[in-house]
Structures are given as structure tokens and as C-alpha cells.
Design a protein around this ligand. Sequence first.
Ligand SMILES: *Cc1c(COP(=O)(O)O)cnc(C)c1O
Length: 215
Amino acid sequence: MSLSDIRARITAAATAAGRSPGDVTLIAVSKEQPEDRVLPVLEAGHRVFGENRVQEAAGKWPAWADRFGAVDLHLLGPLQTNKAKAAMELFQTIHSLDRLKLARSFARLAQDLGNCPQLFVQVNTGAEPQKAGILPEDADAFIQEARALDLPVIGVMCIPPVDADPARHFAQLAEIGARNGLAALSMGMSDDFETAIAHGATHVRVGSAIFGARR
Ligand SMILES: *Cc1c(COP(=O)(O)O)cnc(C)c1O
């Protein structure tokens, strides 16, 4: 298991950037991973996990949480409005707030449920048509609208285009966060989390480098 390797690399990258390693949260992305790969990470004491789909997460995490105690679950994937309530009940943090309709659902449900997960606004920094997220030029206005709904927006999130140099996208996301007063930056995956940390990432989302390739 390479959880400790990844932790060491995060520490090194943060230190090299003049940052405190404690300011970088490692989200272990357990989507599509079999139980025999996830249990060792839980047994090692890690409690922060990321999932892409509400249904998949709901099918496995309640049992693991019963066994290992409270876990800190992050939803990373696109969210359909009709699954917003289930997501709010299962996840502590949602990284994929990407449209006003979803923001309005969160606001309404937060009243009923009496609380709301922490939220990241997903920004489509590459302006890719097939990818979710607010376009960079619309981000400031969207963040304002989400705040006007009293939503707990803590940061911004991006997934750079596959073949692009991620550094430019991380820098752009950091700039959007800074000018909107948002301290949290969800960026960096298995192949580029060190670059993301150099650009200020506070939440890195690492799957295959911890668990192995997804089947
Ligand atoms: C799957 C996924 C990850 C993890 O990807 P790896 O390359 O396995 O580290 C991170 N973020 C999001 C949004 C994902 O969907």
C-alpha cells in the first residue's frame, strides 16, 4: 500500500513550496476500488475518502463507517439534482457545485435538513464542452449567487484537460479562489498533485496512486 508514500510526497511538496503539510488534505479516491484495497487504508487510520457517485458510495460506506468509525466523505463527481438530498445526507463535502439549479436545491434542502455539506464550486478551466463546471469567466458571478443563497461555499475545484499542462489550470483556479476570498482549492490527482500543491492546493484527490489502477 502506498498511502505512506503519498503522504511523504505531499509533505515534501508542501515543504518545497514553503507551506505547511498540515494545510493539504489528502482525499483518498476509493471509487470503483474493491474492498480488499480500501480496508488496508482504513486500517492504517486514514479517514478522508472521495467518491464519484452517490449510489456507489451509499452502497458501501455506511457499513465501513459502522466498522471503522466516522469517515469524512467527499463527493467529487457530477450530481443530478434528484440525488442532491441523498448526497447531502451522505457526504461532508461536495466538490461539484456547477449550476444554479443545483445551488437552489441545496439551499432548499439545507433548510429542511438543518445543515449543508461544505461546497466547492467546480470550474471548467479548460472550457471543455463535455466537462461539468462553471466557465472561468462566469465563476465570480456564480460564486456570488451561491453565497446569496447562504450556501457554505469554501472553495473552488477543477479537473484540467487530460493532455494539457495542469500548472496553468491550477494557477487559474488559484486566482479565481483568491479574488473571491475562497481559501480552499481542490486540485491535483495522482499524476499531478505535487504541481497542484506548488500552486496552493488545499485538497488533493488521489485515487490510483494509492489503491492501484481502477478495473
Ligand atoms: C477519479 C477522480 C480522481 C482520482 O483520480 P486518480 O487519477 O485515480 O488519482 C480525482 N478527482 C476526480 C474528480 C475524479 O473523478
